[in-house]
Write a protein that binds this ligand. Sequence first.
Ligand SMILES: [Zn+2]
Length: 308
Amino acid sequence: MSRVCWTLLILIFSNAAYAQTQIPEPKVVKINERVYALLGPMGLPSQHNQGYMVNSTVIVGDQGVILVDSGGTDEVGQHLAKAIAKITPKPVTHIINTHHHGDHVLGNIAFKGAEILSSEQCRALVSKTGEEWVQIMESLVGRKFPGTRPVPAMVTFQEDSTSDRNLQGVKMRLWVPRGSHTPGDMMVYLPDDKVLIGGDILVNTTTPVMRDGHIRNWIAALAKAQDFKAATIVPGHGPLMTMADVVKLHKLLAGFYAGVEAGYKKGLSDSEIRNTLDLSEWKKLKEYEVNMGANISRAYLEVEVANF
Ligand SMILES: [Zn+2]
């Protein structure tokens, strides 16, 4: 075969491979001169999104960048690094993990030398479940990620604490509510920027996932989040939110828990309770079918323990 034919074949095959592994671009939203939301695709990890389906926040400080949530694989982390390089030449010096779920933390490894901050529980759960999360990502995306390894935080914060920090000249309030979406959530508030970064305690247009959660703590966290004077809210998944969206989410979760509790007190089983709940608002959310059964079971168990 001629050299031209070989060249063509190589081009065709390398393009096919490229099409298969291409990670979708984030939607970059400039909130102000130094804060940017990188809104990722929505949905479960898949071949289509290559494990990129989470929001991140980029805070450009004096000498370096603080990145909140690093993506679901080493490749997604590198992909985010490229998106950050288009915003600023400054290096990522700090990463904040909002919780231990793999889609938020497995990109940590792409940022060598960055100091990682999280709650104590998040750190423990990244160490304990990180390898399982790599396997979950691999099975959902349909290929191996040999370069993806969990990297837990070096700096941690206690449950039910609020800490004021100045990182790279940016004031931030790190709030670890009592375990809500997971046992180790952290929310980040930037008082000078009036930006609240919610992790998965705050999700928008998609179903809150309660599998690892504590729903009453979550409802309490949603009530307290309304005290922040935030003008812009970055959820863990979905488009940017306003405080009105947080109020709506708070009511949705509180109504859901109250409905399950009322059913329990009537002596209904969890499958009977499902038929008594008004799920009309929930049905409008993405991933409703995937998550709602587990959410009801989770709420039922929590009600049972609370009423024991
Ligand atoms: Zn999560």
